[in-house]
Structures are given as structure tokens and as C-alpha cells.
Design a binder for this molecule. Structure first.
Ligand code: NDP
Ligand code: 2IT
Length: 443
């Protein structure tokens, strides 16, 4: 038995009922085989045992009252996974599907992603099974205040810095920040994704989607291709999907789909993004409304964006949204590149099929790292008590995403798997964290 296989079996034994965490960890550990085989120091220091076990996992009750005066109870989570290279950093997800397995998979991915950014941030993730959909502003505020009333004692600008993820955007970060400040009386950069008037960074809203396109551009360029004139299919209609769509359009591509959890739109004329922003960012309504004033567009219930012929597919909604049958359809229709805006949107079987069929495939921990990278830039600006212009932040983001592509691509080449960006990302992300852990002793 190899070190990797032993650890994988142990991880499966120790984490029953955590399929998402096991999925994320298996993909990473399998890619690390050549690294740990050729560097016995990692096994000697028990790195795989330690890197797969979070530093701590916090679970707590979040009680609040709804508009009818009824008491509601949700479960809150913060998993502080690894702080070898910086304070824990990662988003908060508010979605009814949230459970410990999902938060652990996200926290684990975040460790490697944050390392890839080249910035000094460790990995963590949190959230709640609270469903923000259909809630009033007052209910959202009540929930956020109660959530922070427990969370505040576990976080801090040099300890753990949460941010947004699914269901957590500027509005929620504002309420969370207000409550943190009220309890601690500290005005400090304890959250990122803050509003611009109170310490937020310009370009943080755009960062994940824009960063995805900068990574995609670098990957296409290295393979003699470009975005100009290409047809792009995007899933999701939230923060990541909207700004991926915006940058894709700016770079000359035509985006023809978006979706939410009810259904999807196809607009053969290219998505009218101003209309989508009005529906999603201003009115917080359903994507089906798009067809009301776009007569050429179609709306379908369910999950069908991958059936639309395209050159490039960008999954930007949620985990495991792109399965084997979906990628077969994409390949059959001539899709030559898939870049992940979401975290782990592609199932293991689908990922294998894409790679076997020569599709350029960018794993989320590399291609969606732009969001957390600009979060780290927000932390720098808060520490300096300065704010940079949109152009400064956007230029740094572009440099960071190009740097990630180069690192990932070199690591893949070095270990004999050129164009396997999954292996490249896992290896490059791992090395920095593992070396820091070796230096810091057995803790
Ligand atoms: P949002 O909450 O802004 O948007 C999520 C979008 O995905 C919504 O349109 C939502 O539809 C849709 N969605 C969620 N779950 C499902 C589902 N089960 N089936 C179909 N559609 C679904 O979140 P973000 O855009 O911030 O996050 C999207 C993905 O990107 C997540 O995987 C997140 O982890 C990842 N990510 C986010 C970053 C960030 O900076 N925000 C950074 C890096 C990665 P509906 O409204 O109907 O629920
Ligand atoms: O998955 C992610 O990288 C995020 N949700 C962003 C995390 C952050 O700290 O900005």
C-alpha cells in the first residue's frame, strides 16, 4: 500500500457520511502521489494525516425570530482548516443544503486555492443551513446578527477572516460586520467583501468572475486558442456567473445561457447582462423573468444549460452540477474548454471524461481563486488604511491569475502531466502549505 492509499482509506473510515469532503480529498490526494513518493519528508512529518484533519470545527445554534414572531433555529458552522501560511480565510455559505461535509470540502479546497494565490492566507469555510430566499431584509438582519453573536469570538483580522459565498453577498456582510463591531467595539478588517464606504475593496464584487476569465484566457493562449468570437455557456446567475458573463463579453465572446435553481435561459442573441443584473441584483427575482422582455430568448424549467452547443462551458453555480451525461453532451457538441467558477462543480466521472477527451479543463481551486485573492488585497488595504483604485486592484488580479496559471502549468509539466491542470493545481497548492507545516513542527 502507498502512503496516499493508506491515508485515503483512513480518511474514508474516519468521515462516514461526508461524501463531498471525501470527493474533494480523494482528487487532491491522488494527484499528490508523485510528490509524496519522491519526497519522503512529507510522510515522515505526517503531512497527509494532518492536512486532511481541520484544525478545529465549530458548530453552533443560531436562533432568531421571523416576521410572524416565530422562533427559528438554524445550525451555524465555521471550519478552521489550516493556518500554516496565514490566518484562516474563506467564505460563508447560507443555503438549506449546507452540512458539515459541504463546509469541510469547501474549507479543504480553500487551503490549496489560497496557497495558489501566492498571498499569505490559510484556509477555512463556514455558513449555515439558513435559506435567505424569500426572507425579508429584517429577517436577514436578525439571522446575521444572531450568527455573528456566536461567530465573533472565533474570528479576527489576524485569526480568521470570513467573506461571502452562495447566499452571502454585500447585504449579509454589512449586517455581519455591523454586529461584530457592536460586540467588540473594534473597527477592523475582520470580513472581506465589505461595502466600499466602510473598508471594502473596489473590484471585489467582480473579482471571482473576472479572475475566472483571466485564467481562462491564459489557458487558451497557452494552447493556441482565444475567446474572441466563441460561444460560451454559463450556469448560475449569482455573483460569479454575472461577472464571468460580463468579462467574457468584454473579451469578445458570446454568452448564451444562465440559470438559477428553478430553471435556465437561452438567448441566441447573447445575454443582456444589464437586464440580468436588474432581475438578480436589484429585484432579487427569478431568472425566468428575463424572457418577459427578451422575445428571442427561451426559458426552461430544470437544469439544462449543458445541452446548448458551445465552445466553452463555465459552471458557476454549485458542486456536482456537471455530471458525466452533461460532459458527453458538451464534447459531442464541440466544447473544447471547461473552466470552473464554482467550487467542485464537476463530478469525478465527468472530470475524467473531459481529460480523456482532450478538453482543456481548469479546476476551480485555480480558476476561481480571483475572489479570495482580491479578498486578501482587501485585507492589505485595511491594514494600510488605504484604498486602491479599481484599475490597480484589477491589474493585480490579472497578474495573480496569470501567475496561478503559470505555476499550475509548470507543476503539471514538472511531474510529467502537461496540460493536467488538476494535478498541477493540487501539487502547486500543496507544496507551499506542506513546506510551511514541515518547518513549523508537529502541531
Ligand atoms: P450566489 O449565491 O451569488 O449565486 C449562486 C447561483 O447559483 C444562483 O444563481 C443560484 O440559484 C445558483 N445555484 C445555487 N445552487 C444551485 C443548485 N443546486 N442548482 C442550480 N443552481 C444553483 O453565489 P456565488 O455566485 O457567490 O457562488 C457560486 C459558486 O461559486 C459557488 O460554488 C461558490 O462556492 C463559488 N465561489 C464563489 C466565490 C465568491 O467570491 N463569491 C469565490 C469562489 C468560488 P438560486 O438563486 O436559485 O439559488
Ligand atoms: O470559495 C471562495 O473562494 C470564496 N467564496 C471567497 C472566499 C473569500 O474569502 O473571499
Amino acid at each position: 500500500m502507498s502512503y496516499v492509499n493508506d491515508q485515503l482509506n483512513e480518511l474514508i473510515r474516519k468521515n462516514p457520511n461526508q461524501p463531498e469532503f471525501i470527493q474533494a480529498a480523494s482528487v487532491v490526494l491522488k494527484s499528490l502521489e508523485p510528490v509524496v513518493e519522491s519526497n519522503p519528508k512529507y510522510q515522515k512529518a505526517g503531512i497527509l494525516e494532518r492536512i486532511t484533519e481541520p484544525d478545529r470545527q465549530i458548530m453552533f445554534r443560531v436562533a432568531w425570530t421571523d416576521d410572524a414572531g416565530r422562533v427559528q433555529v438554524n445550525r451555524g458552522y465555521r471550519v478552521q482548516f489550516n493556518n500554516a501560511i496565514g490566518p484562516y480565510k474563506g467564505g460563508l455559505r447560507f443555503h438549506p443544503s449546507v452540512n458539515l461535509s459541504i463546509i469541510k470540502f469547501l474549507g479543504f479546497e480553500q487551503v490549496f486555492k489560497n496557497s495558489l494565490t501566492g498571498l499569505p492566507i490559510g484556509g477555512g469555510k463556514g455558513g449555515s443551513d439558513f435559506d435567505p430566499k424569500g426572507k425579508s431584509d429584517r429577517e436577514i438582519m436578525a439571522f446575521c446578527q444572531s450568527f455573528m453573536t456566536e461567530l465573533y469570538r472565533h474570528i479576527g483580522p489576524d485569526v480568521d477572516v470570513p467573506a461571502g459565498d452562495i447566499g452571502v453577498g454585500g447585504r449579509e456582510i454589512g449586517y455581519l460586520y455591523g454586529q461584530y463591531k457592536r460586540i467588540t467595539n473594534h473597527y477592523e478588517g475582520v470580513l472581506t467583501g465589505k461595502g466600499i464606504p466602510y473598508g471594502g475593496s473596489l473590484a471585489r464584487t467582480e473579482a471571482t468572475g473576472y479572475g475566472l476569465l483571466y485564467f481562462l484566457e491564459a489557458m487558451l493562449k497557452a494552447n493556441g486558442k482565444s475567446l474572441e468570437g466563441k460561444t460560451v455557456v454559463i450556469s448560475g446567475a449569482g455573483n460569479v456567473a454575472i461577472y464571468a458573463c460580463e468579462k467574457a463579453q468584454q473579451l469578445g465572446a458570446k454568452v448564451v445561457t444562465l440559470c438559477d435553481s428553478n430553471g435556465w435561459i437561452y438567448d441566441p442573441d447573447g445575454i443582456d447582462l444589464a437586464a440580468v443584473k436588474e432581475i438578480k441584483e436589484v429585484r432579487r427575482a427569478r431568472i425566468r423573468e428575463y424572457v418577459n422582455d427578451h422575445p428571442h430568448a427561451e426559458y426552461h424549467e430544470g437544469h439544462g444549460v449543458w445541452s446548448v452547443p458551445c465552445d466553452i462551458a463555465l459552471p458557476c453555480a454549485t458542486q456536482n452540477e456537471l455530471g458525466l451525461e452533461d460532459v458527453k453532451e458538451l464534447v459531442k457538441n464541440g466544447c473544447f474548454a471547461v473552466a470552473e467558477g464554482a467550487n467542485m462543480p464537476t463530478t469525478i466521472e465527468a472530470e475524467k471524461y473531459l481529460q480523456e477527451n482532450g478538453v482543456l479543463y481548469a479546476p476551480g481551486k485555480a480558476s476561481n481563486a480571483g475572489g479570495v485573492a482580491v479578498s486578501a488585497l482587501e485585507m492589505s488595504q485595511n491594514s494600510q488604511r488605504l484604498s486602491w483604485t479599481f484599475e490597480e486592484v484589477d491589474n493585480k488580479l490579472k497578474q495573480i491569475m496569470n501567475g496561478i496559471f503559470n505555476n499550475v502549468s509548470s507543476a503539471a509539466k514538472e511531474y510529467g502531466m502537461p496540460n493536467n491542470y488538476v494535478a498541477g493545481a493540487n501539487i502547486a497548492g500543496f507544496l507551499k502549505v506542506a513546506d510551511a507545516m514541515v518547518s513549523q513542527g508537529i502541531v
